[in-house]
Design a protein around this ligand. Structure first.
Ligand SMILES: Nc1ccn([C@@H]2O[C@H](COP(=O)(O)O)[C@@H](O)[C@H]2O)c(=O)n1
Ligand SMILES: C[C@@]1(CO)OP(=O)(O)OP(=O)(O)OC[C@H]1O
Length: 159
């Protein structure tokens, strides 16, 4: 069986009064992630891990941040598009493991809902999705709540 590993990273600015979408969940918070799409940093890291594993370039290559089609788009739709690209090359997901680095709000209560959204969009089991979170211990741009970061790794299998 042919397997490949992929890695993804994403970062977005946090801006006061902006919606905060993470893993398809709307987080209640004083600030939110700013970007061309819905700025779902977790889904962007996962998309890049999947595209990287399949050697299919990256999220910005397929969904340019100068293309009006993607303005404000739900990143769950982008994940579905990424899954189509993988399916064309006969790749299926083995598992995804992701890490969110964010000072606030607490992510733990939202992880089951995030997993459900991602499992639904990617067509995989929630059991194959792991999401974790850490603060940056009040240091740097994450600690000052100026930004949010996510990392993801994945395994894909050729069918
Ligand atoms: N935005 C966050 C950050 C952290 N968590 C959870 O809290 C635990 C402790 O965080 P530290 O950064 O102090 O190590 C962490 O392991 C997560 O379980 C969270 O839910 N949301
Ligand atoms: C998703 C895209 C496209 O709308 O825009 P952003 O939401 O700005 O996200 P980013 O992770 O900076 O890059 C990928 C983009 O092309």
């Amino acid at each position: 069986m042919k397997i490949k590993v992929g890695f993804g990273f994403d970062v977005h600015q946090l801006r006061k009064g902006h919606p905060f979408v993470m893993g398809g969940v709307n987080l209640e918070h004083t600030s939110g992630a700013y970007g061309h799409s819905d700025a779902d940093v977790l889904l962007h890291a996962i998309c890049d891990a999947l595209l990287g594993a399949a050697n299919l370039r990256d999220i910005g290559f397929h969904f340019s941040n100068t293309d009006e089609r993607w303005r404000g788009i739900s990143s769950l739709i982008l994940l579905k598009e990424v899954m189509k690209l993988l399916a064309e090359k006969n790749w299926i997901i083995g598992n995804i493991d992701a890490m969110i680095c964010l000072e606030a709000p607490k992510i733990n209560p939202h992880i089951p809902a995030m997993k459900a959204h991602i499992a639904n969009a990617a067509g995989i089991s929630e059991e194959d999705i792991s999401i974790k979170a850490t603060t940056n211990e009040q240091m740097g741009f994450i600690g000052r709540e100026e930004g949010v970061v996510a990392y993801a790794v994945c395994l894909i299998e050729k069918i």
